[in-house]
Design a protein. Structure first.
Length: 389
């Protein structure tokens, strides 16, 4: 049912429904071959066209398959009734298209064969060979076949697109669920023990307040220290919540690029990255994908995490877009600052017409410092000083 709803939500826009009515011109072509066109005939032609338009749009907005089939047969009946005047073939073609849009392919084929057979009998009965050659009927059969194949192909494509959208929604839902569970675990791990310790220290300080003020002040100082540590841990957890791991970010990037018809290939070296550094790479990857979607005009993106021979890491992000990146915007500037804060660097290569290539470098020293838990900004200043020297 969800797939059907998605298909109906993404059906052809209203402009295409009106464009398809251009074929209705063929219902009026016989009027140009009459020596004298009586006013009554014009009224019949116009009335039949108005009835058809009403049935046509009622078919489009009908929900049940049974109602759509009834409207399709009504259009076919309109075509057979107007066949003696030569205008009915156009309505029969419309009936073929409406049936292909609302019935399973096998039933749509059976309906098409039936309608074409009845049309052949009508041609034989009302339009003799000298007035309407057999070739006209053959042309109608060919047009009906093309309409059938075309509409069924469009339906299959819409079904695949709907399934893809449903899969993407499910992936997003599962990713969101996993993220909420991770947030819950992180907050429980960060705050559960700390708040329990704060409660115990506070209760102990309350008991010591009268008989040992010095001990009570020591416990209050311990509570302050624990609270500050908890605040730091919460900030780190929030940073981790804002930026998930590289694998999760690649999955999100693939969905975003797929919506813009851009393919994504990635190769990640099997290496463990400290959380702070992975967060920096993840946010840089997110910003790069955003730039590709907005500015690059690319059809392909490649992401590769390389374990360098000297012990460092490099994340390469390349696209085949227009290239020629000019003045750095806030995104690239923020990316440089974020990598510099953890001791890394950003290299940009963007020749005009040859795409853009980003190389995010984390040297061996940055990895070692992150694993030891050293202060990253201080480490970055040290690297900068060494580079300046």
């Amino acid at each position: 049912m969800r797939i059907k709803a998605l298909i109906q939500a993404h059906e052809h826009p209203p402009v295409w429904r009106w464009v398809s009515l251009l074929y209705l011109i063929f219902a009026f072509v016989p009027l140009f071959y009459w020596p004298v066109v009586p006013l009554r005939a014009v009224a019949v032609f116009v009335g039949a066209a108005l009835v058809f338009v009403a049935l046509y749009f009622a078919h489009h907005y009908a929900v049940s398959r049974r109602r759509r089939l009834a409207l399709t047969l009504a259009v076919a009946a309109l075509g057979f009734l107007t066949m003696p005047m030569g205008s009915g073939a156009a309505y029969v073609i419309y009936a073929v298209g409406m049936g292909a849009a609302s019935l399973p392919p096998v039933r749509a084929l059976a309906l098409t064969v039936t309608l074409m057979a009845i049309e052949g009998l009508c041609f034989y009965r009302f339009l003799p060979a000298e007035a309407m050659p057999v070739s006209t009927y053959v042309i109608n059969v060919i047009v009906a076949t093309l309409v059938l194949v075309g509409v069924v192909s469009i339906r299959n494509r819409e079904l695949r697109n709907a399934e893809l959208r449903l899969t993407q929604d499910e992936v997003r839902r599962l990713a969101s669920l996993a993220e909420r569970e991770r947030i819950g675990r992180d907050l429980h791990d960060v705050l559960g023990h700390t708040l329990s310790l704060v409660v115990l220290k506070t209760q102990l300080a309350a008991r010591l307040f009268e008989r040992d003020p010095q001990g009570a002040r020591a416990q209050i100082g311990e509570v302050e220290r624990v609270a500050r540590e908890a605040l730091t841990q919460v900030r780190e957890a929030v940073a981790g919540i804002r930026a998930s791991g590289l694998q999760a970010e690649l999955a999100a990037a693939r969905l975003a690029l797929l919506g813009a018809e851009i393919s994504l290939d990635h190769r990640l070296a099997p290496v463990e990255i400290p959380e702070k550094l992975e967060t920096a790479l993840t946010l840089a990857l997110r910003e790069s994908v955003t730039n590709v979607l907005r500015h690059a005009g690319a059809t392909r993106v490649e992401v590769e995490l390389i374990d360098e021979a000297r012990g460092g890491l490099s994340l390469l992000i390349a696209d085949d877009g227009r290239g020629g990146a000019g003045r750095e915007g806030h995104g690239l500037t923020g990316m440089r600052e974020r990598l510099r804060a953890v001791g890394g660097s950003v290299e940009v290569d963007s020749p005009p017409g040859a795409g853009t290539r980003l190389r995010l470098v984390l040297p061996r020293e940055a990895l070692a410092a992150a694993r030891r838990g050293d202060d990253a900004p201080a480490l970055a200043r040290t690297f900068n000083e060494r580079g300046a020297a």
